[in-house]
Each structure stands twice: as C-alpha cells, then as structure tokens.
Design a protein around this ligand. Structure first.
Ligand SMILES: [Zn+2]
Length: 308
C-alpha cells in the first residue's frame, strides 16, 4: 500500500493521487452543482470554507458566532495528499462567502474547484500568497506561527468587508487570537535558546518551518524531498540517513504520523534500534486540540525527546 506524501515540492507537474485528478472530474462535480441555485446573501452566519482544518480553526476563532465554518481536510486518519473531491465539498464551496486554502501545490483541487464554481461575491484567501510562498517551497507553512497570524489578519479583514456590522468584533477577536499565540512563541524562543544548532533529521519536511524557528540543523533534506515527492530516495540519500541514525550524528528524528511510507517506516525502525528519539508530527490539526495546543504538544514532545 502506498500512503505517501503527495506534496509536489520541486515538481513542476502533478505526480499522483490528488495531484493527478483530471480536470474532467472537477467538471463532473461542477455539473452536479448546476441544479443548485446561487445562494443570495442571507441573514445569519457567514459561510466560510477552509481547505485545511487548522485554517478552519482560525476562521472560527476570528468569526465566533458570526460564521459557520466547514473544514474539508479534517480526518486524522487520512493522508491529506490522497484527498479526493466529493460533490458535498463542491456544494460547500459553492455556498461559501469566504474560502481559505493553503496553496503552493498542497491542495491543487481547491483552485480547480473554485474555477469550476463561480460564487458571486466570494472572497478567496490563499495563505501561501500572504507569506510570500512560491511553488517549489515546502508547503507545510502552517508549522510557522507567523503564517497563522497572516491568515487571521486576512480573515478578519475579509469578514469585516463581508459583514461590516460586525467589523469591530472581528478585529477584537483578531487581537485576542494573536495574543493567544504568545505561549507558542515563548516556547519556541525558550527552546531555541537551549537547542539552536542541534542536528536533527526527519523522514519528510512536515516540521521544517518549526525546525527553522527553533534554529535546529536539519539533515537529510534530499531524502525528505524524495519521500514527499512520492519517489524513492536515492541509494546515497538512504545510506546517509542510516549513517546519521546509527552513528548518533542526529539527536532526533521527526516522522509524519499521518501517512505511511515503506522507506520512512524502515528509517523509523533503525532510529529506534539506534536509540535516536523519534517524534511524530501530524499534517492536520488533531481533533479536540486548538492550533496552539497542537503546536505546544509537538514542541513539548521534541523538548522531552531531546532531554532524555
Ligand atoms: Zn505533507
């Protein structure tokens, strides 16, 4: 079974799974929508659709009772890179006043669906564009808390435009949200102080932006890139990864606990046998946790693993 990361880092063309979704299937989904009348601006909460549940969480925090948020990638047992669009997703998007998605190749189905479903007055927030992300960059940008600040600001502005009567409420919740990120930023600063320069590795670049924020030295980038691109890492990249684990050159290994890849799984076994601490990180926000608690829990796990 292949449950590999389907990000298209460094790949100019779609590779597999979701990325291979034919335009026709989007068209078919869009056709199914033709029977749905365009939704007029009704009173009541504003429909927000978030491609990923961590952006949905931010939308809920900024929108409060004034919004109804639908998060599409929300299943902790599912590889987001294998996501397939269903008619219910297309229907949710057709009703949305505000759509927010990651961009830079992480959720290419969203841009196609938006092109296929014309929503009058619909606003779209591409989070990668807010932080200067480019196709070819590591798409896991939500692992940088600054990204969430940018997403929250854009949501507050668009919600205020869509619903001027509550503009002050959105701005007040934005201030509260930004303040609520402080414990995550404090933890990063404290860990950076102690742990900057620590050599670490990962089977995929999921945690890359957080490693950068922590000032850690991330090894085996070629290996991570290959696994993420759904290709077999080169023999030399595998050998270098194994050597790092067996000789204790790296102090920690992060793996993507939401997807499974045979080569990555093998590295995890070698890490455990070599007494290199292993910490899992997830692609989407775990159920019952806020973004902050999710990040703090992963940071705590890293801190604990490195202090053993
Ligand atoms: Zn990924």
């Amino acid at each position: 079974m292949l449950y590999r990361c389907r990000d298209r880092w460094d790949l100019p063309t779609p590779v597999a799974g979701v990325a291979e979704m034919k335009p026709l299937s989007v068209l078919a989904v869009a056709m199914a929508l033709l029977t749905i009348p365009a939704v007029a601006r009704a009173a009541g909460p504003i429909n927000v659709v978030a491609a990923e549940n961590f952006y949905g969480d931010v939308a809920r925090r900024i929108g409060g009772a004034d919004v109804k948020v639908t998060s599409i990638l929300n299943n902790p047992d599912q590889d987001p890179h294998l996501f397939e669009v269903s008619p219910s997703v297309a229907r949710a998007i057709s009703r949305a006043r505000i759509v927010i998605y990651n961009g830079i190749g992480y959720d290419p189905w969203m841009a196609r669906l938006l092109r296929a479903t014309h929503g009058a007055g619909r606003r779209t927030i591409v989070v990668a564009d807010l932080v200067g992300g480019k196709v070819g960059d590591n798409p896991h940008i939500w692992y940088d808390p600054e990204t969430m600040v940018a997403a929250a600001k854009a949501l507050a502005a668009d919600l205020g435009d869509a619903d001027p009567a509550h503009r002050a409420d959105y701005q007040a919740r934005l201030v509260k949200f930004v303040r609520s990120l402080r414990p995550v930023e404090d933890r990063i600063a404290a860990m950076r102080h102690r742990l900057a320069g620590t050599p670490v590795t990962a089977t995929e670049p999921i945690f890359g932006y957080m490693f950068k924020a922590l000032g850690m030295r991330v090894r085996n980038q070629a290996f991570q890139l290959a696994v993420m691109n759904n290709t077999e890492p080169s023999a030399s990249a595998i050998a270098a990864f194994e050597r790092d684990l067996k000789t204790g050159r790296v102090k920690l290994m992060v793996y993507n606990s939401q997807v499974s890849d045979p080569t990555a799984d093998r590295m995890e076994k070698i890490a455990r046998a070599s007494h290199v601490p292993v910490v899992g990180a997830t692609e989407t926000q775990p159920p019952g946790k806020s973004y902050q608690v999710w990040m703090l829990d992963e940071l705590k796990a890293i801190d604990l693993a490195l202090s053993e």
